[in-house]
Design a protein around this ligand. Sequence first.
Ligand SMILES: [Zn+2]
Length: 146
Amino acid sequence: MGGDLGEWLSAGLKTSSELTGKLKGLRDLERQLDQVELKKELLDVSERVLELREALLQAREEIHIRDQAISDLEAALAGKQSVRRINGLLRELDSDGCPTEVRICDRCNSVEDKLVPMNRLSEGRFICPNCKNSVSEYNAPPLPDL
Ligand SMILES: [Zn+2]
């Protein structure tokens, strides 16, 4: 993420206040009718306007980058709600909110805030490829008929 937004905005504000001063000077020069000085000052003001425009464009670009980072974070937060605990383990939910067969590592989810799909070791046993945490799923066997 870019971190120069404050710098670009400061540059833009500094240039705009300098331009305000220049314009006051131009009004004074206009009264004195000094053509050479007036041309020189007009050229300078034109250059500063371009600098101001550049600073504002850069600031707009930084805002765009930050907006994207915010929507990425929002998507990540929404992703946090896409799991449900079933039989003791977190299951990934599909786009309709139905649990899939993918088990998510509890430790990585709570400690690192990551959704890490676990690998199946054997029936009901899973291991996390990230933190190597291995867990057993609680499968209640159906009660036999009496
Ligand atoms: Zn893990």
